[in-house]
Design a protein around this ligand. Structure first.
Ligand SMILES: [Zn+2]
Length: 339
């Protein structure tokens, strides 16, 4: 069960300030959501996330199903107890893995389209390592090679056992390389699965519906109308958002014009520093991205003076903070040289 209150709306943009209350605490929105795929943000202990006042994390159904399995997490007392995190948690349905382990894997592509490429994924096409049907998706486990079937009901059952505060409907995240006909067909599936997810859920966890439709205005509008018309507690916007930031802003405009204004909106997989302002101005309430942990683990820091690559030799001798304008425990306790 969640409660969402919009406290203030911008006069200059679609931005809004709100409070999203969950059984594990309230989140001031707009807010960045930290990615904790396997119930941990890579390289961090839950205490570290607490120390920087992380308001909300997102874990992943598919990956936790593989390892250690939802039954183990349930036996531990649910995801909050399992990861020693008494704050809000959401889980992704596994829909993104339909893309990342499917066509995304085959073509070595991300959600950001390559402009020069013509759509290669046509109706009826299947990725190499998984099989997408009207009922769901069959994956092959990279851990032990066993077949894993994930459909709307399976995804909800797993997410119920994991026990996050906010769970997501199972969808097909389509690749940027798909043509319009493929995406239109896929959308029918995602919409049918959304209804099955709503009917399958037995807990009082909040359930978000997912809007897909890729780069096509008519499909995005259609998806927002269908999903927005269903009794979800909030909405996620997934899939491709175009090659340019301006395209993403347009797509969000199409979608938000159709969604009920009073319900929370989560933008899936977007949150690079450059994306944050346009995202908030578009009226997004929460958004998740691997950027901080992805770049941090590779030695890149985003500072008030711009991006710093600590792998460069010049930083080895600099006994000054990463960012002199930052009061965080890294900037106040450590030098660039040490880092
Ligand atoms: Zn800092």
């Amino acid at each position: 069960m969640i409660d969402f209150k919009i406290i203030k709306k911008s006069k200059k943009s679609a931005a809004r300030v709100g409070i999203l209350t969950t059984p594990h605490g309230a989140i001031e929105t707009p807010s960045f959501v930290t990615v904790a795929t396997l119930a941990n943000a890579k390289m961090f202990m839950s205490e570290d996330l607490e120390a920087v006042k992380t308001p909300l994390i997102i874990s992943n159904t598919y990956h936790l199903h593989l390892r250690p399995g939802e039954d183990v997490v349930a036996k531990a007392g649910g995801i909050h107890k399992f990861m020693n995190w008494n704050h809000p948690v959401m889980t992704d349905s596994g829909g993104f893995q339909v893309f990342s382990l499917g066509f995304g894997h085959d073509q070595g592509t991300s959600k950001i389209p390559n402009k020069k490429e013509k759509p290669t994924v046509k109706t009826g096409a299947q990725p190499q390592h998984l099989k997408i049907t009207d009922k769901g998706v069959e994956f092959t486990s990279p851990v032990d090679g066993r077949k894993i079937f994930l459909g709307p009901v399976e995804s909800i059952r797993i997410q119920e056992k994991l026990g996050a505060d906010i769970i997501l409907a199972f969808d097909e995240c389509t690749p940027p390389s798909a043509n319009k006909e493929y995406i239109a067909k896929s959308l029918e599936k995602t919409h049918a699965w959304a209804k099955i997810c709503l009917a399958a859920k037995k807990t009082d966890q909040a359930l978000y519906g997912i809007v897909q439709g890729s780069r096509f205005r008519d499909l995005r509008v259609k998806s927002a109308k269908v999903i927005g018309g269903l009794p979800f507690d909030g909405f996620g916007i997934g899939g491709e958002f175009g090659a340019e930031k301006s395209e993403m802003v347009n797509m969000l405009k199409w979608v938000f014009a159709e969604l009920p204004e009073a319900k929370p909106r989560h933008l899936l997989g977007i949150g690079h520093p450059d994306d944050i302002l346009p995202t908030m101005k578009s009226g997004v309430d929460t958004f998740d991205c691997i950027a901080p942990t992805h770049y941090g683990r590779r030695g890149t820091a985003f500072t008030s003076e711009g991006k710093i690559d600590l792998n460069k030799v010049m930083y080895m001798k600099q006994l000054k903070p990463l960012d002199k304008n930052c009061a965080c425990r890294v900037c106040t306790g450590y030098t660039r040289s040490y880092l």
